[in-house]
Each structure stands twice: as C-alpha cells, then as structure tokens.
Design a protein around this ligand. Structure first.
Ligand SMILES: [Zn+2]
Length: 76
C-alpha cells in the first residue's frame, strides 16, 4: 500500500464502499503514515461538514451533485 493509492481511494474509503481487505490495508497504512492520516482525516471532516449542511438545508439535487463531484475530485 503506497500513499498514492491511499490518495486515490480515500473517497471510497470514507464512503465505506471499499472491499474489506482494502479497507484494512488502508487503515494499517494510516496508522503508519501521519501524512495520509492527516489528509484522510481532513477529507472526513469536510464530508461531515457537508453532510451536516445538506441535512439542514434541502439542497437542490444539482447542487448536491456538484458538491459530490468536487469532493470526489478533491479526494483524487
Ligand atoms: Zn501514506
């Protein structure tokens, strides 16, 4: 597991859509690599923030789509 791969799949990792084996590989990498851990934690915080905002305000589907897309781009 290399940092580049963690970067690439961080979005799916946080989304919980990764296979269990990859999930645990990333988890153990995050334990060893402070850089990836910081970056992934940051993504997680952004996600939580956005989800909170979206649950309070009924965002139009197009805005939600755009946010999701930019988050995905950001995670790459
Ligand atoms: Zn790393």
């Amino acid at each position: 597991m290399v940092c580049d791969e963690v970067k690439r799949v961080a979005y799916f990792f946080l989304d919980g859509t990764l296979a269990e084996t990859r999930r645990s590989a990333i988890s153990s990498h995050l334990d060893l690599c402070p850089e990836c851990k910081a970056r992934t934690t940051f993504h997680l915080l952004v996600r939580i923030f956005v989800q909170k905002r979206l649950s309070h305000v009924a965002a139009p589907p197009r805005l939600k789509q755009r946010l999701t897309r930019s988050l995905r781009a950001f995670a790459e």
